[in-house]
Design a protein around this ligand. Structure first.
Ligand SMILES: Nc1nc2c(c(=O)[nH]1)N[C@H]1C(S)=C(S)[C@@H](COP(=O)(O)OP(=O)(O)OC[C@H]3O[C@@H](n4cnc5c(=O)[nH]c(N)nc54)[C@H](O)[C@@H]3O)O[C@H]1N2
Ligand SMILES: Nc1nc2c(c(=O)[nH]1)N[C@H]1C(S)=C(S)[C@@H](COP(=O)(O)OP(=O)(O)OC[C@H]3O[C@@H](n4cnc5c(=O)[nH]c(N)nc54)[C@H](O)[C@@H]3O)O[C@H]1N2
Ligand code: SF4
Ligand SMILES: [Mo]
Length: 739
């Protein structure tokens, strides 16, 4: 076994997560490409079409793909500059085995797989099958998501598989399923420009779903009105007719207050409600007390704003509601989403031209990744692991007894918390929980307790650095596959180059693991096409049915699921009848959120994203073309209260951890709110690993009580009056409902 010159940790130190300088000779060769490959950006859930220029078997640049219908050639900086990180010197090129006291050593695949088998047999033998767990991600293609679920349930036979969408989309998904029976955006994005009023709740559209901004502009050009709810004045909020600077966690006040006003003024569609829904009377009764004044206390904004929002939204002929993690990343995220859906369904303006509702899916394959069996309670095609009919269908498909199909296991954040206790070994692919999970310090400690941690990665992520075994996998441009974008559009990812060094395509690694652990049956695909064919067939007859997808539809990215055997796609799956028995949407009364986030100083920490970084930053922090800073945003008044000026250091303390950052002054932020991006290690030291939404098991990334402790008081600060400098413990309580 050859010894690596340096450990992976050293590599990260040397090349640094912040390394932006281009190495001598450059990473990008010049000249005309040998070929141009049509594919899709690997980053966000919009999955923009892009053409990669390939020269000498390397991706050396890009060209817009003007004909692709979703983005029509438009791209954001991340998509444009993605190719610049392909040849990064940190790229993992060989299996790495941790040698006690000596860091990582390079290994052959045979040695690496031998270790996997030995650990698997020992751990499952000693502690039972469920002690061997799997954590996956929604950046993986549909085929890999399908294969991960199959690997866990058919080869490892463990109940414990879940995915990083648990930290992302699950609250929106749970609310949609409860009320409307399926989990997909109700409309194609082409309906957005036809809406007369657009409500954007908790979505930083310009930085996180940039192409969606273009759809909103097209509506604005027709005269559409725009309402934005966010504690920060995001770029899209600057263009709103009505910006509601809601306090973090207070959206339900706005939604219920708006519905109250709409019922009072007759702006609900009684005929639609009577024909297509149940439960409206209970919802109406529950919002009776939400007078604008009452609702305003919950939302932390003037009552007049809630009335104005209802006046814009209520009587409109067409409308579109978009929300993202801002209303979902809460311990009552599902309730927030249900209140938002009630507002849409009560008007009957859903699932038809110009009348829409959508959760903005986050990750590259956030939609497909939550449909095909890597979720803890789910089987391919969005089938349920609880449902006897769904279980029987998949057991028959996989040629196994239904009784052998494991039951649902831990959800992701719980799974991480159980490491070193019920869980002794873990395979991670497509997730970097050391940076991105809530309570990252506690999670890191749990991961260190594992007897065996396999990380299948392309770069030495912070999580890979804790592994006992690192397996070098494939980047997006090195594989074929399908992804499903935020409109449910199924599209083709095309291989442009081959994985370098000893790195292998992820799907092959998964098959090798299954074969090595003695379960070759069902994992011996002749080629990738055979796997893709099996995946598509597995969805036949299910809610998320892709089985009728033709090659032409896939090549053009022209079909939205369900695509049954007839091959006719479904751009508007939320047109009645709804997917519940009886065809009725089931409206529900959302509970009032508990405001678990007010500190003694009344400050709430919220977390989110920068335009130039992606997620836990493994990829984008290494991209010389994408720069941004890890800073804490404070309102100038708040900063002044603490004697802080721009650039000063301040320590943020929460009940879960602390972190010191430089200050950036942000006048568009609520003075009671503190914002940090989560793309760097340390951000999630501040968040709560234990308080999860009871329905979705989503952590509350968007509200944590925080106190501020200036480290250096700048001489340039006009007056340092430490009247709000925090003392003592953080108080975590208070119901949001006013007395
Ligand atoms: N540049 C970039 N784009 C990305 C990603 C990325 O990492 N970087 N990640 C992708 C992924 S996986 C996701 S999930 C999406 C996320 O996309 P978004 O959800 O749009 O992004 P966030 O920054 O997490 O949060 C959105 C907004 O919620 C606000 N907010 C905080 N608390 C509340 C609240 O209580 N109510 C309301 N109404 N708003 C609140 C924040 O101020 C923030 O502006 O982005 C995707 N696109
Ligand atoms: N405080 C706070 N925390 C958050 C959030 C927040 O708003 N605030 N947002 C949450 C959300 S919405 C999300 S989605 C999560 C995301 O957080 P993570 O789950 O950590 O997601 P990524 O950073 O995308 O991690 C994916 C890892 O997989 C690797 N990878 C990507 N694609 C592939 C592939 O095809 N094959 C292989 N083998 N590896 C691959 C990348 O190099 C990267 O290291 O973070 C959550 N955490
Ligand atoms: S990050 Fe999203 S918006 Fe930007 S190019 Fe990629 S898919 Fe498009
Ligand atoms: Mo996400």
């Amino acid at each position: 076994m050859a010894r690596l010159p340096v450990s992976v940790t050293d590599l990260v130190d040397r090349f640094g997560p912040h390394r932006h300088d281009v190495p001598p000779g450059g990473w990008v060769s010049s000249g005309e490409p040998d070929r141009v490959v049509k594919t899709h950006c690997c980053f966000c859930g919009q999955q923009c079409g892009i053409q990669l220029k390939v020269k000498d078997e390397k991706v050396v640049g890009f060209e817009p793909w003007e004909d692709f219908p979703f983005n029509r050639g438009k791209l954001c900086p991340k998509g444009v500059k993605r190719y610049m990180q392909n040849d990064h010197p940190d790229r993992l090129l060989s299996p790495l085995v941790r040698a006690e006291g000596r860091g990582f050593e390079e290994a052959t695949w045979d040695d690496a797989l031998g270790q996997t088998v030995a650990a698997m047999k020992q751990i499952q033998g000693d502690h039972g099958r469920d002690a061997y767990a799997v954590l996956t991600g929604a950046s993986l293609t549909n085929e890999k998501a399908y294969l991960m679920g199959k690997l866990a349930r058919v080869a490892l036979r463990t109940a414990n598989i879940d995915y990083n969408g648990r930290l992302c989309m699950v609250s929106a998904a749970a609310a949609s399923k409860k009320i409307l029976g399926i989990d997909r955006s109700a409309n194609p994005w082409s309906d957005i420009p036809e809406a007369d009023v657009i409500l954007v709740a908790g979505a930083n559209v310009a930085e996180c779903a940039p192409i969606t901004t273009d759809y909103i502009w097209r509506a604005r050009e027709r005269g559409a009105r725009l309402i934005v709810l966010d504690p920060r004045m995001t770029p899209i909020a600057r263009h709103a007719d009505l910006f509601i600077p809601v306090r973090s966690g207070g959206d339900i006040g706005v939604f219920n207050g708006m519905l109250h006003v709409m019922i009072e003024r007759g702006w609900v569609d009684r005929a639609f409600i009577d024909e297509h829904t149940t439960g409206f009377d209970a919802v109406a009764a529950s919002v009776a007390k939400y007078t604008p004044e009452y609702a305003a206390k919950i939302a932390g904004v003037p009552a007049s704003m809630i009335v104005r929002a209802a006046e814009l939204w209520g009587p409109a002929k067409t409308s579109f509601l978009l929300h993202a993690r801002g209303i979902e990343h809460h311990s009552k995220g599902v309730e927030n989403c249900m209140a938002a859906i009630n507002l849409v369904v009560a008007t009957g303006r859903i699932g038809k031209r110009g009348c829409g509702y959508a959760m903005i899916t986050g990750q590259g394959n956030g939609q497909g990744g939550r449909e095909h069996g890597q979720k803890n309670d789910q089987l391919p095609g969005a089938r349920s692991l609880h449902d006897p009919v769904d279980r029987a269908a998949m057991a028959a498909f996989w040629n196994m007894a239904e009784a052998d199909l494991p039951r649902p296991g831990y959800s992701a954040q719980e799974l991480l918390g159980a490491c070193g206790a019920d869980i002794e070994a873990l395979i991670i692919i497509g997730a970097n929980p050391v940076v991105s999970a809530a309570g990252a310090d506690q999670v890191t400690e749990r991961l260190k307790q594992l007897k065996h941690l396999i990380v299948i990665e392309v770069l030495p992520s912070e999580t890979a650095q804790l592994a006992t075994l690192v397996l070098p996998g494939s980047m997006w441009c090195e594989e074929d596959g399908t992804t499903t974008n935020l409109e449910g559009r199924v599209q083709r990812r095309r291989k442009a180059t081959v994985a370098p060094g000893l790195a292998r395509e992820d799907w092959q690694i998964l098959c090798l693991i299954a074969q090595a652990v003695g379960r070759p049956e069902g994992f011996e695909y002749a080629d990738f096409a055979a796997l893709q064919d099996e995946f598509l067939r597995s969805t036949r007859g299910a809610k998320a049915d892709y089985s009728g997808l033709s090659t032409a539809q896939l090549d053009a990215g022209s079909a939205q699921w369900p695509i049954p055997a007839s091959g006719v796609p479904t751009p508007h799956p939320y047109a009645p009848p709804y997917k519940h028995a009886g065809g009725l949407a089931k409206l529900r009364v959302p509970c009032l959120p508990v405001r678990a986030a007010v500190g003694v100083t009344g400050l709430t920490l919220t977390t989110g994203r920068h335009a130039n970084q992606y997620q836990s930053g493994t990829q984008t922090r290494r991209n010389p073309g994408l720069k941004s800073n890890f800073e804490v945003q404070l309102h100038p008044d708040t900063a002044r209260d603490y004697g802080l000026a721009a650039g000063d250091a301040v320590t943020l303390k929460t009940p879960h951890g602390e972190l010191t950052l430089p200050v950036v002054l942000t006048p568009g932020l609520r003075p009671d709110t503190v914002f940090i991006p989560f793309h760097w290690p340390g951000a999630n030291a501040l968040t709560d690993p234990d308080t999860l939404d009871p329905h979705s098991k989503m952590p509350a990334f968007k509200t944590t009580a925080v106190t501020l402790h200036p480290v250096v008081v700048s001489a340039s600060a006009p007056e340092f009056v430490p009247r709000r400098a925090a003392q003592g413990a953080v108080r975590v309580e208070t119901l949001m409902e006013p007395a």
